[in-house]
Write a protein that binds this ligand. Sequence first.
Ligand code: ZN
Length: 369
Amino acid sequence: MPTIDEVVAEAKLHPVEVDVPHTLSYLFLEDYVNVFHDGDVLESYLNNPSYEFNKNVVLKTQSDVGVGSQYPKLKLDHSPISPLLNNIIAEKYDRLSDHLITQRDIKSQILQRVTDETVVVLLIADGLGYDDVLGTQLEGEPCLVNGPTITPVGYQNVVYGRDNTPIIDELINRGFVQVRGYSYWDESTYNDLNSKVFENFHEVNRVRTTEEILEDLQKNPIGDDRTYIQISRQVLDRQAHDGKEIRTSDHEHEISKLNKDIGQLNEILEEQVDSHLIVVTGDHGILWRKDFEQDMQIVSTNGKSSMRYAGQQIGFDGGAKLIDAFDSTYTVFDYPYAASSFDADEAGTHGGLSYYESLVPLHFRGSRW
Ligand SMILES: [Zn+2]
């Protein structure tokens, strides 16, 4: 299969029709060639004697408009869901949502899938990025985090969606009369966020491990009433900030433990109810030191920002985007900019725009999945 360079070379000779593995690839191609999405528009340009292609190139999408047959068809070899995304993520950020589900769409994606399940579980794992689960059972679909890749924004994106109504309200309206909340956050951290994320839950069980959740479900089985269960769980975020070195084996262990926990939850629900749906996602990914440090460029913000973002508009000489989220404007750094280097014992960071931080998985498991 041809690479972008090979497609561009071919397209200098004559129009080509290009099929892509993922439509995000068109955002890369358009930097080299003219991309036409509509065959009729392309034809009108080709038939217009005053329009000069001038060694520019014409490409067509895989949409099945008629012109395709007369041009050579190429299938592009390109993986845009990869660190390559770092090359366009800030510059084309506003257009990425034409090609990717965003985190604020997750709520509606869940509500569309729910039919007559007795139980729906939403598990949000703190620090779970798409790259962390790539190639595992938890892979699912990549979703773009809207805004700075920080815990409060990520959680609220998932729970509140586009219309700022917590998902629990919509599920109650659809007959989920029982609700259960489980949170790994202890009472000294993230209290405000915990209240927001679990708004309208009568009570939230503070837990430290998934075993406690599984035990609680076994002690207090779910009856016939439709039940919504929401879980906030630590996965990699704590590790990133914990001040200990992360080995690949630790990282893999965390992911396989998460997968095992979800497998056990799935088994318990299979025993207790006729049908259920488990949804797993993350608040943001982690930019691991081992992936970032060699590329990192330090910019000066005069102490006005965290390593990868500022909670306000700041001026500085580097790449960043201003993004609004939940009534605040954030300055969010592009890859590979950072306002400081890693602390000696820090394994990762997050807050900015990058393939690693800005994509989280959306994974479904259950009776029908
Ligand atoms: Zn987090």
